[in-house]
Design a protein around this ligand. Structure first.
Ligand code: AMP
Length: 273
């Protein structure tokens, strides 16, 4: 696996594959790899001739009081894991490489970017859409890989690709979970054992909501069931819980457990629409 820190380095490394019309896949990440990232890498490796991953803790998608400074970083460990999972080129730029001092442009997906996560984190999707468009322009992949864990992010990117006439194919992989149901997240590393136990209420509530929907109650029962369970859960604060169209009817939630903010979602059955 080749590791490059500069945009010029990416362009050079991809010159020959591009000339040979190879299929280039890109997996954008913020590092601290877990099985969710590794599943994306393996899928990209299987489906493309050249598998590229980016590792960049993007400051513009964090709010002023969020965890940018403490976000887990371990480049050496991540390099080993990415290589093992089939990544050919890892782009790990500095902040200065991505955002020169006079950087002043942004992309905003106005409606979809302002609900749910966007309502709680007003500048988040502007940061996400802008960095993704930059990465798409730097790598120029045929296909980009995202996780359903961040369902709204994938839907925002899909909307941006459509609205700005990009021809990149979007592949979204299912949520990878721990055996007990907790969605894997780099932020799970913040959880104390007791918090880890309390955090389970989110995936359990969403699962119960899905079952209520399937039992014939539709989206209303899904929401009411999940809400009831979350409201009675100990030691977590609900940020939002809602049903929205995120590439299909989706029950999505965000909670705080101590100082850690976690998100999760389930796709409700199509007939629930
Ligand atoms: P991040 O490094 O958190 O920005 O995530 C990079 C990519 O991995 C995003 O497309 C996420 O949606 C995806 N991802 C993160 N956690 C999971 C998970 N548990 N299952 C599937 N995809 C995930």
């Amino acid at each position: 696996m080749k590791v490059v820190q500069t945009v010029a380095g990416v362009r050079e490394a991809l010159m020959t594959p591009r000339e040979e019309a190879m299929r280039i896949g890109l997996v954008p990440t913020m590092g601290a790899f877990h099985e969710g990232h590794l599943t994306l890498f393996r899928t990209c490796d299987q489906e493309c001739d050249v598998a590229v991953a980016s590792l960049f803790v993007n400051p513009t998608q964090f709010g002023p009081t969020e965890d940018l400074a403490s976000y887990p970083r371990d480049l050496e460990r991540d390099k080993l894991l990415a290589e093992e999972a089939g990544i050919d080129l890892l782009f790990a730029p500095t902040v200065e490489e991505v955002y020169p001092l006079d950087f002043q442009t942004a992309v905003e997906v106005t409606q979809l970017g302002s609900i749910l996560e966007g309502a709680s984190r007003p500048t988040h999707f502007r940061g996400v859409a802008t960095i993704c468009l930059k990465l798409f322009n730097i790598v120029q992949p045929s296909v980009a890989y995202f996780g359903r864990k961040d369902a709204q992010q994938a839907a925002v990117i899909r909307t941006m690709l459509r609205d700005l006439n990009l021809t990149i194919e979007l592949r979204v992989i299912p949520i990878v979970r721990d055996a007990d149901g907790l969605a894997l997240s780099s932020r799970n590393a913040y959880l104390e054992p007791d918090e880890r136990r309390r955090a389970l209420a989110l995936s359990q509530a969403l699962q119960a909501g899905l079952e209520a929907c399937r039992a014939g109650g539709g989206t209303e029962a899904a929401l009411a069931t999940a809400r009831r369970m979350l409201d009675s859960a100990e030691g977590i604060v609900v940020d939002y819980l809602a049903v929205a169209d995120l590439d299909g009817p989706t029950l999505a939630g965000a909670v705080r457990v101590g100082s850690t903010r976690l998100i999760d979602n389930v796709l409700l059955d199509e007939e629930a629409r």
